[in-house]
Ligand binder design. Sequence first.
Ligand code: ACO
Length: 368
Amino acid sequence: MLRLQVLSGHLRPGPPGPLADRARLRSSVCGAAVQDRPEDVVIVHGRRTAIGRAKRGRFKDTTPDELLSSVMKAVLSDVKLNPHKLGDVCVGNVLQPGAGALVARVAHFLSGFPEEVPVFTVNRQCSSGLQALLNIAGAIRSGTIDLGLACGVESMSLRSMTNPGDLSSRVTEVDQARACLIPMGITSENVAEKFGISREKQDAFAVSSHQKAARAQTLGLFKQEIVPVQTRMVDGSGAEVEVMVSEDEGVRPGTSMEGLSRLRPAFSPDGSTTAGNSSQVSDGAAAVLLGRRSAVEALGLGVLGVLRGSAVVGVPPDLMGIGPAVAIPAALERAGCLLRGEAGHPAAQGGHAAARAEAQEQTVTPQT
Ligand SMILES: CC(=O)SCCNC(=O)CCNC(=O)[C@H](O)C(C)(C)COP(=O)(O)OP(=O)(O)OC[C@H]1O[C@@H](n2cnc3c(N)ncnc32)[C@H](O)[C@@H]1OP(=O)(O)O
């Protein structure tokens, strides 16, 4: 939707700006490179829940199957598609048992989807939802299915990140295996140190990010994509109350450099990663409907975008946050897209939060 159009705008030559319509989308660098083909994998529609603050927000007592079901139903109902038309459903998840396989199938039936439509789940850590999208796209490309639903869901309120599960006692004998056990906050510190990303730079990025999100909220730009969810939560007095969740909870419009500078490092006494410049712990879900262009057009559905290419690249576990800085240039190259700036920027070769932002600033101009 709007977000897709803005991202495509980043890839156009000249100053970035929102694309007004589909014709302009097609004239973007990626779009111009390839003509429409019946076998294109296209994006039809997508919705998400609001992002709740884990453990303290209004989704803290909502189970992930309910979050997931709300977006699964909304996407199909928006485009008036009978769920029987879905060839497959893939759900990305990290923390729920078995990557949320049971959560996904329960959500499927809570949504009123038929049993003939299968569901599977995938865990590629932070990229699990994206991987779900690639799995559905792959099945469309191979001719296995015509249409599919790619989703992602997480409840960080109801599950913890701390239990690594059963691992060999030899995990400490192999450096890279041992590095897989490093907490993510420390990997952020490693990235900041390796790429010289100062506390000031991280705080500045956080301020800019909160400002953009607050402005978008004020302008109502997220309304189109957020599915309002009616749920229940236990409030401070212990009473169960009914709530409607329709706005992201992590946005702090009053965020300032001065306020952020007062926060203590969250993971290491001498570190630079704080509660203010970290990714937050959150609860939420999203779903995207994909299909082969020929099947989508035969059903009279619209096309929001085309999946031109994708790439997955492994990175050192102790620097795991740099993933997007390496994978984005690789994906754009595979898609035949041009990058604004230089794909060879040092942080693009190997960046967490601000480092990743640094690389992206050099390759994809941030929207103001
Ligand atoms: C590839 C990937 O993305 S991997 C990432 C996976 N996710 C993670 O690793 C999660 C990392 N983040 C975390 O673990 C947590 O967010 C932490 C540990 C950094 C912080 O957790 P919390 O202490 O619960 O953070 P919380 O958001 O509640 O903020 C704590 C306090 O910091 C201060 N604070 C936080 N943000 C701001 C801000 N923008 N401006 C000013 N003060 C702030 C406030 O005083 C806040 O207390 P309040 O909510 O009562 O006002």
